[in-house]
Write a protein that binds this ligand. Structure first.
Ligand SMILES: [Zn+2]
Length: 181
C-alpha cells in the first residue's frame, strides 16, 4: 500500500475536484474525505496491538467498500442534512481510490477485491507506487524512496487540481459573460 499520505491527498483531491464549494463547507468535508480515504488501513491496528496479520484483508474488498459507504454516508447525511445519494457516491469514490492506489502498489500480496466470493488477490502488472516497508521501523533510509515518490505525487495532483479549477472558473466566467450580453 502507499502510505496514508498518498491516500489522504487523493481523498482530499476528489472532494476539491467535485464538490461545489457553495454547497459544502469544505474543511469538515475534507476531514471526512481524509478519514474515508485511510479507513481501509485501520485493519493494520490488530497487527500493531496483537501482532495478528489482518492487513489488506476484507476491508480492501469492493463489497466492504459498498457496505462501509452505505453506513457512513447514512450517518453523515442524518447529521448534516446533505442528500444521502450524493454523500454515498462521494464516499464510495474516495474509498474506491484507496483500493485503486493499493492495486497499483508494488510488493505485498495485492487486494482481495472480490471477497467474500473469492479470496483471490489482485495487483497491477505494472505498479506505480513503491512499497512501504513497515517492518523496517520508522527511521530507515529506505523510506526516502516512497516519501519522495508520494511527495511528487502530492505536488502533481494538487497542481493539476488547481489548473483544472482555474480552467473551470474561466469557462464559467466566459459563459456568464456571453449569457449576459
Ligand atoms: Zn490499504
Amino acid at each position: 500500500m502507499p502510505s496514508p499520505i498518498a491516500h489522504a491527498v487523493s481523498g482530499y483531491a476528489i472532494v476539491r475536484g467535485i464538490a461545489p464549494s457553495r454547497v459544502y463547507k469544505l474543511w469538515p468535508l475534507a476531514l471526512y474525505a481524509v478519514f474515508v480515504a485511510i479507513a481501509a488501513d485501520f485493519d493494520f491496528v490488530p497487527h500493531i496491538v496483537a501482532g495478528i496479520d489482518t492487513h489488506r484483508g476484507f476491508t480492501h474488498s469492493l463489497a466492504f467498500a459498498i457496505a462501509f459507504s452505505v453506513i457512513v454516508s447514512r450517518l453523515m447525511s442524518q447529521r448534516t442534512s446533505t442528500k444521502w445519494v450524493r454523500l454515498f457516491t462521494l464516499t464510495l469514490m474516495i474509498y474506491g481510490s484507496h483500493l485503486l492506489l493499493d492495486f497499483f502498489t508494488q510488493g505485498g500480496s495485492g487486494v482481495p477485491l472480490l471477497w467474500p466470493v473469492s479470496n483471490q488477490t489482485f495487483q497491477a502488472a505494472f505498479p506505480l507506487f513503491p512499497a512501504v516497508h513497515h517492518s523496517n521501523g520508522v527511521f530507515d533510509s529506505i523510506h526516502l524512496i516512497f516519501l519522495s515518490f508520494e511527495l511528487a505525487y502530492t505536488v502533481i495532483l494538487l497542481w493539476s487540481l488547481s489548473r483544472w479549477q482555474a480552467f473551470n472558473h474561466q469557462r464559467q466566467h466566459k459563459t456568464s459573460h456571453l449569457n449576459g450580453r
